[in-house]
Design a protein around this ligand. Structure first.
Ligand code: 5GP
Ligand code: ZN
Length: 137
């Protein structure tokens, strides 16, 4: 796994921050200058196979990194993105959080077409979530 190799320093990457549980480095093909990826040191594919503590640790550095991103890039804002599964756009199957600097004139855009629930379907979905989450306790 390429990100395991980056975490182990077996292949080079522009590492900007690391701690016991995660490593943050520059994306080699950035959507904007200063695009950062944060990964768990341990190989995990997505939040689905992480413990709450592991997932929390992955996001622990996000406040500090986002402040640095704003200072370094002068971004007006940023996207925090985690793709899970090929259908979502995940290409590297080692979990990673994208921090993508944004400016009003960056041309990146961001428009997903919001849908709507047919009558009664929202209540069914709500009920399904509540049941599944209650069973997980
Ligand atoms: P995904 O589409 O899986 O969410 O994003 C994978 C990201 O990893 C992409 O933005 C891609 O540019 C980046 N990436 C892939 N291989 C490497 C690499 O070897 N080094 C670095 N620094 N970034 C990589
Ligand atoms: Zn890995």
């Amino acid at each position: 796994c390429i990100f395991c190799k980056i975490a182990a320093k077996e292949i080079p990457a522009g590492i900007i921050h690391e701690d016991e549980s995660c490593v943050a480095f520059l994306d080699v093909s950035p959507l904007a200058e200063g695009h950062v990826l944060v990964i768990p040191r341990e190989h995990r594919v997505s939040p689905v196979d992480m413990s709450p503590a592991e997932c929390g640790a992955l996001f622990l550095s996000v406040p500090k990194l986002s402040r640095a991103l704003i200072e370094v890039t002068g971004a007006e804002g940023f996207n925090v993105l985690l793709n899970s599964g090929r259908v979502s756009g995940q290409v590297v199957m080692h979990a990673h959080v994208h921090l993508i600097p944004r400016r009003s004139d960056d041309g990146l855009g961001y428009r997903w077409n919001a849908g709507e629930y047919p009558a009664g379907r929202d209540a069914e979905v709500l009920e399904a979530y509540r049941k599944v989450l209650a069973d997980q306790r």
